[in-house]
Design a protein around this ligand. Structure first.
Ligand SMILES: [Fe+2]
Length: 258
């Protein structure tokens, strides 16, 4: 029996992937939805995020943004050229895409500054307590998990859902126009670049994961990957919760009254 997975269908269609992967994505859909339904995005796009919450968000996500290429490098360390088609694919993709991430940290600092959080605070301040879960998790799974687990948690799950929330925020004219025209384009560059419009990265990551795992991985291996995806989403939800902890109640009351 040939256990190898070689995609023949379109990259960005779930039906092109093995049944186990389709089931895994379906299993994680509710948790992914919870990230996208989080109040923080609604508060952000309607300009109701207060300064403290904005600062929590910018500073809380910064270590993750800054470390993202390093997570990819940790996964790259696990590849061995010529060992398997999945290894080769992962190696080629990670080498190329670490470079793509090069300027994204700088763009995040520009966004933060435009939103009123000085770059010095991100560079030299301490992230708010309780915001470290996402970057710790990604570091842990990228350093010590399998190549497939590391990539599914970061390049598939987090990049995928981030593309969706970035698009939601970027699509808000109200949000975009809250930035002074003189700094608008520079402030919003990170969001624009990460908005998912036609982003194929998460699909490419899923393709690599399926190539690594083959058509018939064990139920235990699939359960582990599913757990990794959910954990990435939940880490993002908890980070969002922490960011708006102090102003959410006020916002919910205001929404209810409106
Ligand atoms: Fe990026």
């Amino acid at each position: 029996m040939n256990n190898c997975f070689e995609r023949t269908g379109p990259l960005a269609e779930l039906g092109s992937y093995p049944q186990w992967a389709q089931d895994m994505v379906a299993d994680c859909a509710d948790t992914r939805r919870r990230v996208l339904d989080h109040d923080i995005w609604k508060m952000m796009t309607t300009l109701q995020l207060d300064h403290e919450s904005t600062r929590n968000f910018m500073m809380g996500l910064w270590p993750f943004i800054e470390r993202f290429p390093s997570f990819m490098a940790l996964n790259l360390l696990k590849t061995r050229y010529g060992r398997s088609p999945g290894d080769d694919k992962a190696r080629r993709w990670l080498v190329r895409n670490i470079r793509v991430e090069q300027n994204h940290a700088e763009y995040w600092l520009n966004w933060a500054e435009g939103a009123g959080v000085p770059r010095d605070e991100l560079l030299h301040g301490t992230p708010p307590a309780g915001t470290g879960g996402l970057s710790h998790w990604c570091e842990e799974i990228s350093a010590r998990g399998t190549l497939a687990a590391g990539m599914v948690a970061t390049n598939y799950a987090i990049e995928g859902v981030t593309g969706d929330w970035a698009q939601m925020v970027y699509d808000s004219a109200q949000y975009r126009e809250s930035f002074d025209p003189s700094i608008r384009a520079a402030s919003l560059r990170w969001l624009h670049l990460h908005a998912a419009y036609d982003d194929v990265h998460p699909w490419e990551a899923l393709d690599i994961v399926c190539t690594l795992m083959g058509e018939t991985p064990s139920a235990g291996d699939v359960a582990h990957l599913t757990e990794c995806i959910k954990r990435s989403y939940v880490s993002m939800i908890l980070l969002g919760d922490r960011c708006i902890r102090s102003c959410r109640d006020l916002w919910v009351a205001r929404e209810a009254a409106a």
